[in-house]
Design a protein around this ligand. Sequence first.
Ligand SMILES: [Zn+2]
Ligand SMILES: [Zn+2]
Ligand SMILES: [Zn+2]
Length: 135
Amino acid sequence: MNSKELLSSKSLRITDFRISVLDIFLSNENAVSARQIENTLGSFDRITLYRTLKSFKEKGIIHEIHFSDLDKKFALCESSCSEDGHQHSHIHFHCSNCNETFLLPAETPVPKNLEGFQVSSVEVQATGVCKNCQS
Ligand SMILES: [Zn+2]
Ligand SMILES: [Zn+2]
Ligand SMILES: [Zn+2]
């Protein structure tokens, strides 16, 4: 799905700016930091960017990733996310060597049945050294 299709599937008005921001997510396999978005855009209006990211979050297009000692990062959502809520079941892996944050495939098992709790969304934050940095 390209940026335009994604925007219209989420009933967001298509603007050049929204397309440029979404293209950054679609062209990056891994999570992107706020700084990476700003650097890629070059010149932009900070408030427009803030609002754009906010509406993407509200529509279930992207979500925030927080690792305690890092810049905030954002990543594309799973197709199960919508404006009714986010439903994730994946692991974020942050490499302490190259600083990339990977989204592990949805098939990677995460705890879904927690005794007595109704789980709707699971996000696991893992840190270590990624495959690329081990060789
Ligand atoms: Zn989501
Ligand atoms: Zn995630
Ligand atoms: Zn790495």
